[in-house]
Design a protein around this ligand. Structure first.
Ligand code: C5P
Length: 224
């Protein structure tokens, strides 16, 4: 089976969308297949890490050799991630809904028949990546986030890295022409620090290949 370069390392990976309920039958969500996060969890496990995958609702099978915690909402996702700390590695690949519905209805909202349309109020969801990046003594020693951008990809991603306090950002061009969302290919620009000399550009490759490249990069990080 080959050497296990990440044996003894504990990793937590977020994946998929979150669903934020409006009422018992309706929700707000982000568009996310979970393919990238699930592939990363699988590759970390293949490299010998002890992996917990915290996943929102997806239609993918559970990756082999990975502990899966299924969640619905951003708040549940944050609690599940925090429940896995301390860890050595955190990779936040989930597409978390930025807002949740402030007052979720206990019963299905009904059409009133008089043309009155319900108005939703929102509350801001926790930023899981930013929260664990600033988790003090519990902060994983390597925290990796993603940035999906449609323009000025690298500048926006570097600013995001600084703002959130993570170590690396994998910036992804999701312009409408790229077919990234739900598709199988990602072009990644790894932002490894405030100094662009630490950046890496990975050619367009499958999400599985991106996962392998990331795990190879993580392995080098811990072994150099
Ligand atoms: O700010 P933005 O959503 O573009 O940042 C994307 C990165 O932040 C991803 O790594 C995503 O998983 C993470 N994120 C998060 N919690 C949020 C929003 C984003 O962990 N509420």
């Amino acid at each position: 089976d080959g050497p296990k370069p990440l044996a003894g390392k504990k990793a937590v990976v977020t994946s998929g969308p979150t669903h934020e309920p409006i009422d018992p039958v309706r929700f707000i969500a982000n568009r996310s297949s979970g393919k990238q996060g699930h592939a990363i969890a699988a590759e970390l496990a293949r490299a010998g890490a002890d992996v917990t995958l915290v996943s929102g609702p997806v239609t993918l099978p559970n990756p082999a050799g990975v502990r899966v915690v299924q969640v619905e909402t951003a708040q549940e996702m944050l609690a599940a991630v925090q429940g896995q700390l301390p860890a050595d590695i955190a990779v936040c690949a989930a597409a978390v809904a930025d807002w949740r519905v402030l007052h979720r209805a206990d019963q299905k909202l009904k059409k009133t028949g008089d043309g009155v349309i319900p108005a939703l109020q929102f509350a801001e969801n926790p930023d899981i990546l930013a929260t664990i990046s600033t988790a003090g003594p519990n902060r994983p020693s390597l925290v990796v986030g993603f940035a999906a951008e449609t323009e000025n990809v690298v500048d926006h991603a570097r600013a995001k890295r600084d703002r959130k306090g993570c170590d690396w950002i994998l910036a992804n061009n999701v312009g409408p022409e790229t077919g990234t969302f739900g598709g199988d290919n990602n072009e990644i620009h790894l932002i490894g620090g405030s100094d662009p000399a630490r950046d890496e550009i990975w050619p367009r490759q499958s999400k599985t290949a991106v996962a392998r490249s990331l795990v190879a990069r993580i392995t080098r990080h811990f072994n150099s």
